[in-house]
Design a binder for this molecule. Sequence first.
Ligand SMILES: Nc1ncnc2c1ncn2[C@@H]1O[C@H](COP(=O)(O)OP(=O)(O)OP(=O)(O)O)[C@@H](O)[C@H]1O
Ligand SMILES: [Mg+2]
Length: 391
Amino acid sequence: MSATSPPGRDEPLVGRAGELDDLDALLAGATSGEGVTVLLEGEPGVGRTRLVEALQRTADLLGLEVRTGRAVGPSAPPYALLGDALLGPAHGRGAGAGDAHGPVVAELADLLGLLPPDRADAAARYARADELFAALVRRNGEHGPWVLVLEDLHLADACSLRLLAELAGEGTLPHALTVMTTRAVPHRPELGALVAAWTRAGARYLELRPLGSAATVELAQSLLGARVGPRLRGVLATTGGNPRLVVEVVRTAQACGVLEQREGVIEAVGTGWLDDLDQVGRAHVEHLGPDVLALLGRASVLGSSFVVGDLAALAGEPVTDCWRTLRHGLAAGVVHARGDRLVFRHDLVRAALYAGLEQEERRALHARAAWALREAGAPSHVVSAHLERAR
Ligand SMILES: Nc1ncnc2c1ncn2[C@@H]1O[C@H](COP(=O)(O)OP(=O)(O)OP(=O)(O)O)[C@@H](O)[C@H]1O
Ligand SMILES: [Mg+2]
């Protein structure tokens, strides 16, 4: 096969023209007037970071100051997210604004080094840090419009989340386009409070959805530099349009050497990459807790979509308990609801969960599924297909 370019940040942004137009329009609004706040949410790997990077490029072209902070985990030091965004050098606009804030930045830098982990031990210092960070974000717009990107709020330290929620009470940041990105899980009460506060303050909510099937193929083709054949398209369809999974499928195919190119069309041949594909599917959901994964693993036996009552019977648990566990899978975008039916969003993930079951367990689950489905009145060929796999 021909050499293919490694996927990376230089690859074009695929299938996001509408979202980028929306953000560009909000950017124009923020530069001319009040300030706009956007909450950008979506399933893991759906492309939030790529989208805000594209927005940052537009802001750079317009000569706007761009400040970006990325949360690294809830146990990071106090104000780690805000510090990352506001205390380092900015992108874009010249150093003038930074100089004006120099004394505040210097005081904050000193103060952060002196904060004990427990707020109760140094209430006055924490209050001062709140005051200084609030002044920084509120006054930065005095030097011209700017963009504040706060990435991965689901991982942010509690002090940053609390202060950001409080800032919402005073309305949007003047002359700023503020974009806060988050995954829907894990659910954290402080994050819930922040989202509620900014929702009340009129923040726009943008849910980034998976790519459609045409854009999914386009992304793979742009990575591979050639048209993709029907078998590879079939595997790409199991990604449910999640760009990270699309990139991973392409990388896995390349790494396993299963791609062949003929007459300008790239096709996947053989089965030599199926175990590696399962690893991709498992990695995509490993952030979910063991209970959620165990229940989704059982659900994988029932197929790409299943009735929750049937899963409850299969798992030997009350339906309400099943829903309680499954709502994490729903929030994470692994399954979505259609009435009392749930559908796996990415068949790649379902297949990986299924492949991850021990053989004995899988047989026992098929036997139970046959019983549960027969009880529920499923057609006999469905029941016998499970009995077949129970052997
Ligand atoms: N629209 C797109 N066009 C091309 N590639 C994309 C697109 N969206 C995402 N990607 C690629 O998919 C992968 C995941 O994207 P990204 O990191 O932006 O997702 P994310 O939503 O920020 O993920 P996380 O939940 O881990 O924060 C990256 O390799 C990225 O380059
Ligand atoms: Mg990201």
